[in-house]
Design a protein around this ligand. Sequence first.
Ligand code: NAD
Length: 357
Amino acid sequence: MAKKHILIVPGDGIGQEVTLVGKKVLDKIATKFNHEFTYDEALIGHVAIEATGVALPDESLEKMRNADAVLFGAVGHPKYDNDPSAKVRPEQGLLKMRKELGLYANLRPIKLFDELLSASSIKPEILKGADILFFRELTGDIYFGEKGRKNDGDTAYDIAEYSRYEVQRIGRKAFEAARTRRKKLCSVDKANVLETSRLWREEIQKLALEYPDVEVEHQFVDSTAMMLIKDPRRFDVVVTANLFGDILTDEASQIAGSMGMLASASIGDGTGVYEPIHGSAHDITGKGIANPLASILSAALLLDISFGMKAESDLVISAVDKVLKEGYRTVDIADATTAKDKILGTAAMGEAVLKFL
Ligand code: NAD
C-alpha cells in the first residue's frame, strides 16, 4: 500500500471533461490495489486568468510543487487565439509550469492499438506494429529565447538557444529508455543549417560513446517528417529539440489514429506532469463527446513513471485495450463500420474503462 498526493489541474475546454475521467481511473486503481490517493485541484490557463488575472497563480504552482504528481488537462481559449496581441495568455501558464517545475523532458509514447488500425489515415500495412517513444526537450529552444520586434515593429525575432548541459540531460534520458526497448535511438536535428543543432549533435555523439549497446542515427527534421509517414516502424526512441518535437509528435499522433488517444509525461527535477497531447478543443467543448482515453493513458503513465506502479499502469492500458476490442469508440476514432450503439460519449467511455478495471 502506498500513500500519494495527486494534484488535478483540468485547465480549459475539454481539459475539464477528460481530466475528470482520468481521476476516476486513478481512484479505481487506488481502491483495487489498496493504495491511498489524496487529491487537490488547481487553476491554470483561461480559467485562472478569469479568476485571478494570471495564467498560473502562485497558489497553483505551490500546490504543484507539493504534490507527488500532477494530472493535467489542457489550456486555451478562442478569445486569445484570435487576439495575438493579448498580453496575458493561457499558454503562459503552461510554459511557466514547465520552467518552474524544471520539466525538461516530454515523453510521448506513440503506440497504435491494433483495433484502431483503420482509424488512421495511414495504410494499415505500413502502420501495424509501429511503436515509437519520443523525447521532446521542453525548456529550451526558440520558445524560451529572447523575442521581440525591431525596425519600428516591422521585423520580429525569436532566438533559439541550447546549452551542452540541456542537451546532455535529455539525451541521457533517451539513451536510458532505448536500453530498455529495442536499443535504437534516432536524434533529430537540422545540423546542416542551425548552430543549436550542431551543438545538439556533438553532445549526442559524445553520449553515444557511453551507450555502445544503443544503435544511434542522426536524422534531419525534414526527412524525419517524411519517414514517420513512409515507414514509422523503423523508429524506436526519437530524441529532439523543443520546436521540432512539438511538430513531429503532432504528426506522429496520426499514427495512433487520433489526438484523443495520446498521452504524455513531462519529467525533470521535481513533480512530474501527465497530460494528453491534445489541446482544449473548443470545437467540441461542452458536447460531451471528447475522447477521454488520452487522459486515462496519461494516468497510466503517471502510475508507472512517478509512482513506479507498473502493474497498476499495465492494468489501465489493458482495460483501454479491452474496451477497444469490444468495439467501443468515441466519435473521433469511430469509422464507417462502427455500430451506432458502440459510439460512446466522454463519461460513458470512462465508465466502460472502469468496468474493465
Ligand atoms: P486541439 O488539440 O485542441 O484540437 C485539434 C483537433 O483535434 C480538434 O478538431 C479537436 O476537436 C480534436 N481533438 C482534440 N482532442 C480531442 C479529444 N480528446 N477527443 C476528440 N477530438 C479531439 O488543438 P487546436 O484546435 O489547435 O487548439 C485548440 C486550443 O488548444 C488552442 O487555444 C490552443 O492554444 C490550445 N492547445 C493547448 C495545448 C495544451 O494545453 N497542451 C496543446 C495544443 C493546443
